[in-house]
Design a protein. Sequence first.
Lengths: 274, 330
Amino acid sequence: MMTWQRLVAHKTGMLGLVIILLNVSVAFTAPWVATHDPLGMDILNRDAPPSMDHIFGTDDYGRDIFSRVVYGTRISLYISLLSVLVAMVCGIGIGAFSGYYRGWADTVIMRFMDALMSFPAILLAIGIMAVRGGHINNVVIALGVVYTPRFARIVRGSFLSLKEKEFVEAAVAGGNGDLVIIFRHILPNCMAPIIVQATVSLAYAILAEAALSFLGLGAPPPAPSWGNILSDARNFMLDAPWMTIFPGIAITFSVLGFNLLGDALRDVLDPRLK
Amino acid sequence: MDTVLSVENLKTYFYTREGVAKAVNGVDLHLDRGEILGVVGESGCGKSVTAFSILRLVPRPGRIVSGEIVLDDRDLLRLSPAEMRRIRGDRISMIFQEPMISLNPAFTIGDQLVEALRIHRNMNKTEARDHAVDMLRKVEIPSPERRFNEYPHQLSGGMSQRAMIAESLLLNPQVLIADEPTTALDVTIQAQVLDVMYRLTRDIGTAIMLITHNLGLVAESARRVMVMYAGRVIEEGPVKSIFENAKHPYTRGLLHSIPLPGRRRRQTDSRLFEIKGIVPSLFDLPPGCAFYPRCSECQDICRHEAPLRCEIDGQHQVFCWLYEPCRKGS
């Protein structure tokens, strides 16, 4: 695979990939990596600064920040991966339908997508969360809805141009049905922009999830999501900076990882390089 | 010879905001088993639209208004979309002008061949693979096993067109529509590619409808020629008869506009002959013969009435008022 070789040669891209892999492995091995129970309170050691026992310190309830950040990786990845997956599947379906069949349905659907996109992402997500109530899966749905139009637009755009290509005409003349044309012949040719959009959206989803949790609309409180940790810590920011610094670093690095990988993929998958 | 495909009174119109463009305006044609029919004419004369009509793939806003397209005693215009899909690629296949962009860039050559076999013939993987490699060998692609796993961008133009030919003949179609199959290729490659195409179709018994501007190509390979002008057939007949004894002023004009070594000296004007004027707008065809505005032998009747069919001899027929219409002609 030439694409893979070019990606390996891309230094910052590989750094991003390493960060992501680190993230994923922490999420999978959280029970072994964590030194304490993320929900367990140690009243005698409240607001303790980083030490050998609590390497990231403890919060106002005496919970170990390190363990909470480690478990937070799970929530963060779960929500971001799943919501981007939802957005990708819906966006591909909608975009492919609109771009392939055109007509008035395309106009109606795409105007609706434009309307969705015109809302600030967080505001729309807050609205959806307010209606559906605080639950991790509702966060997934809310962010999925928010990111669907981006995928729909990209897919539709690619379909519009690819549909006119001769190889598609040849496929039609070869007796293939619409579904085969859409999924076998056109979709694989517009995977590059979809992949890039997915990695970039993952970074946004992590941020959005943290923001929602911070506002109290994400994963319900005792759950150790990064936004929750920050939210609990915001009153002690000056007295106990470790409570905000470490989850902040975790968010920063995850977002950085996905962004670096996304940029690298954009370079590597650029069709002009082929 | 038995007829495999016959088209009668085909009319394909494009309904646009500017009006109705009569792209194909009453075309009759037939293809015999294994023969090569050359279809020639200027750009926009309805050659390609005729081809797409046969496959029922006329792009919007075009529509087949009337006519009959009979393959195997079945009128293709009456088939359901699903039945028509089974015909495409299987009984009638098509190759296009630009081989480099007619293959799906996301899949290997092998994948594309195998897919067709699996869809239309329900073959299992190894069977399909063997058959596909065999086909690549038949179109004389060197080291077919290796090429089988390569992507279209790794192939040259000539190789891609061979691969396209392999794909189009994979299912032993009765009719192959070749729309300018060699226009995009190097002159040296053209002959080889055509040679491969003709040899394979002869073995299978496929009839070819060869659409081209290139009269040389037709002279060399076709058995019959059909000359189209403004959506109609204006002259049709065996190659020899058309080239040696063209009747329609348009056909004669076409033949004269081929540069030939030595011809210049015979003419007073040293420039290459051209047919004056342009193809009439398909939105607004003249009432009589569509060619009269450009015709040097135009008579009064040409302006008012569409010419009738005249039989010159046996198969050679022409639609022109210069000749005596035959009684049964329409």
